[in-house]
Design a protein around this ligand. Structure first.
Ligand code: SF4
Length: 244
């Protein structure tokens, strides 16, 4: 797995301030992955580190590579983390809440940059997020997870326009509508289950308004509700996949 991680599959974590090593320069941290996986040293290593930083639009990379994480802004630190992740041209990038620590403007710039790199490199990105706006603007396909399992999966249009799983529908209802004045915020009642004590049935059952007797007994299989759109729910059918 160590041969695969960093080379074929890479990851960008939530908070670059904790994922970057504060005691090592940026150049050392970007270079480490290139030395480990591609055996680069010296001049060739330095050139590749400069390329990796320039690709993520980090200005004056020759100066920046001798600096430490605290000398970068939050957005720039996340670009450095991405430069490390993308340095070896992986096939898949897992981006776990990569914009949580960024403000909205920097978040949009960062996601645009990531999309550009994704297109130019033919990279697949698995974007883990709680933000439906980011999903709608960036994802081709969406997998909705509950209690550690995928409960619905389809194209972004399918999941947003015809959510088939009650949990997905509940999540979409929680989105505030800025056009509605004084409307109450909707929430999903109850609590997520204890993952160490999951029963045999559907883990969403205690919170589900559409719960049936069978839901408590057996975990629902994935049912195709449309071409390329599946949901794990006993009542999910093409007929009840409701328009959002
Ligand atoms: S399987 Fe039953 S409890 Fe689970 S989401 Fe579907 S209707 Fe609700």
């Amino acid at each position: 797995m160590r041969r695969v991680r960093g080379k074929q599959i890479a990851m960008v974590l939530q908070d670059p301030m904790t994922s970057l090593n504060p005691a090592l320069t940026i150049g050392t941290q970007v270079g480490e992955v290139l030395t480990l996986h591609q055996g680069l040293h010296g001049r060739r290593l330095r050139d590749r580190v400069l390329d990796a930083l320039a690709r993520l639009r980090i200005g004056a990379p020759a100066t920046r590579l001798g600096q430490y994480p605290h000398q970068f802004s939050g957005g720039m630190r996340q670009r450095v983390s991405s430069a490390i992740a993308l340095a070896c041209a992986p096939r898949v990038l897992i981006a776990d809440e990569p914009t949580t620590s960024l403000d909205v403007t920097i978040q949009a710039q960062y996601l645009d940059l990531l999309k550009e790199v994704q297109r130019s490199a033919g990279l697949a990105i698995i974007l883990v997020t709680h933000d439906f706006g980011i999903v709608a603007a960036n994802a081709d396909r969406v997998a909705v997870m509950y209690a550690g399992k995928i409960v619905e999966m389809g194209t972004t249009l399918q999941v947003f326009n015809h959510p088939a799983h009650p949990y997905t529908r509940a999540l979409l209802k929680c989105l505030p509508d800025v056009g509605l004045k004084r409307a109450e915020l909707v929430e999903i009642g109850g609590q997520p289950p204890d993952l160490a004590r999951l029963g045999p049935g559907c883990p969403f059952a205690p919170r589900c308004p559409e719960r049936q007797p069978v839901c408590d007994e057996t975990f629902p299989p994935a049912i195709a509700v449309e071409d390329g759109h599946v949901a794990s729910c006993w009542v999910a059918t093409a007929a009840n996949a409701s328009p959002a």
